[in-house]
Each structure stands twice: as C-alpha cells, then as structure tokens.
Design a binder for this molecule. Structure first.
Ligand code: HPA
Length: 283
C-alpha cells in the first residue's frame, strides 16, 4: 500500500476534530491488556477507527480499534482532556511500518504536543539490584529498533518535519521525572529501562534475548518504536511506560504465552491506571 500523503492526515484530523471539538491535553496509546484505562474517561466520545477517513482499520475481529476521547476529573476540581487509542497497529499483523505510526501524524495535526505510549513487554533485566520482574512498571528511557524498517521510509512530508531528524530527546526527561515522582508518591519505585523492538509475532529465542541483553536492552516488545520515531519527527514529547508481563525467553525456562501477558497486565492494571491518571493530573 502506498504511503499516506499529508492531505490524508489532514482529513483524518478534521474528522476527529469535528467529533471532539477541542485539542486534547494529551494522547495515550494503550497497550495489550491495558485498554481498561479508557473506561476512566468521563463524558466519553468513542470513535471506531473504521469511521475515520484514511485510518488503518483492522479486519481482526478480536482487536479493539477505537479512539476514546474524554475527561479525567480530579478531587481538586481539575479536569484534563485525554484522547486514548484503544487498540494499536502492529507490524506483525501485516500493516506497513508507516501505517503502525499513522495516528501520530493525526495527533500532531490535532495540536497534541505530549503523549503517553504504553505497552506490555518482556523483562530482560539488568544484572543488578534493579532487576526487573513481572508486574513492574518501567519508564522507557531509550529504544533499539531491531528491524530495518522505518515508518519514515519513502517520501518525506515536509509539513511534519525534516527528512533526517534527531532521536535523542523524544523520551522527554521532564515527563520521565514526573512519572517517577508520581510512583514515589504512591510508595513504589518506577524503574527505567531500554526497550528493544522485535517484529514478532513469535516470541524471541533465548539466544535472541541474550543478544539483546548484550546490546543494552532491559525490555523487549513488538510495538511502540515506530510511534516514537514519528513523534520525534513531529516534536511530540513522549512518556513511554512498559508493563512487564513476563520474563523474556530463556530466563525462567517457562514457555511464553499470550495468556501470561494478559494475566499480568490485568494484575497491574490498577497501579498502571493510577500512574497514568497521576501523571496526567500534573502535566
Ligand atoms: N517478547 C516480545 N513481546 C512481548 C513480550 C516478550 O517477551 N511480552 C510482552 N510482549
């Protein structure tokens, strides 16, 4: 499929803008098993992806695919508006890399300047006392894209940014500090780590995980990196939170299953929702 052009993004954004009426304070991409956060949004407007012009639409029936716009209301009277993606596009499903990042260009045109990207990830660890375990929430400090594909391959859209652009500050330092403070105030430590992307859909082999560890990765997953790259080009600040759903291949010797990923995500769902809600309160 040929790459989208600027006007496609504009038409997607115009449709969403007409439905929601304001520029959201923040966008959130909800990872596997983490969609429940969208239920916290009050007075919500739900927009299925298939209704949005040019949005990639999934034919996979079990996958949720909708934008949920709504408000987070806090006890101190504050309200924040949030545009959440419930269901994202993965390369392993057959999407082109640029399609997996398509919503980011639309967010930019909606005037969004910050977003929280979440995912479920396998824990690789550190080899020291900061060891990662299933159930941990980890703030991503950097990424390694183990795929030759880039969402930016092909004609550059100059309205979005430069052909060649910097990737050093997309994981925004201030947002990371804020997230760590929010966790601390709730009595736990938000760990930090480097996220390595593997295309999937198969989980990794033990040898692959050993290789990733040597490269400096602490987490492994099958999403996120394309969205982060497009965010860097358009200048959207990113906070990325991984929910460690399992230890990566070869660490415990147990087989990896999607059920384990979903069960752990469900287990940490309350803490995860609280973290997002606290961070958004303070942006
Ligand atoms: N590997 C890749 N993706 C994942 C994993 C994993 O171990 N866990 C959750 N998503």
């Amino acid at each position: 499929m040929t790459k989208a052009v600027y006007n496609d993004y504009r038409e997607s954004a115009a449709y969403i803008s007409e439905r929601i009426g304001v520029t959201p304070d923040i966008a959130v991409i909800l990872g596997s098993g983490l969609g429940e956060f969208a239920e916290r949004l009050a007075d919500s407007i739900v927009i299925p992806y298939r209704e949005i012009p040019h949005f990639p639409t999934s034919t996979v029936s079990y996958q949720k695919g909708e934008l949920v716009f709504g408000q987070l209301k806090y006890d101190d009277g504050q309200e924040k508006t949030v545009l959440a993606m419930n269901g994202r596009f993965h390369y392993y499903e057959g999407w082109e890399m640029w399609q997996t990042a398509y919503p980011i260009g639309v967010f930019k045109l909606l005037g969004i300047d910050k977003m929280i990207i979440t995912n479920a990830a396998g824990g690789i660890g550190y080899n020291d006392e900061r060891e990662i375990v299933p159930g941990d929430l980890v703030c991503v400090t950097d990424q390694i894209k183990l795929s030759p594909m880039s969402p930016m391959r092909g004609a550059n859209i100059p309205e979005f940014g430069e052909r060649f652009f910097d990737m050093q500050s997309v994981f925004d330092k201030e947002l990371r500090e804020l997230a760590k403070d929010c966790a601390k105030n709730r009595g736990y430590t938000l760990k930090e780590g480097v996220y390595a992307y593997m295309t999937g859909p198969q989980y990794e082999t033990p040898a692959e995980i050993r290789a990733l560890k040597l490269m400096g990765a602490n987490l492994v997953g099958m999403s996120t990196v394309a969205e982060v790259i497009f965010a860097a080009q358009v200048g959207i600040k990113v906070l990325c939170i991984s929910c460690v759903s399992n230890m990566a291949a070869g660490i415990t010797g147990n087989p990896l299953t999607e059920q384990e990923v979903l069960d752990t995500a469900a287990m940490i769902s309350e803490r995860f929702k609280m973290l997002l809600s606290d961070v958004i309160h303070n942006i």
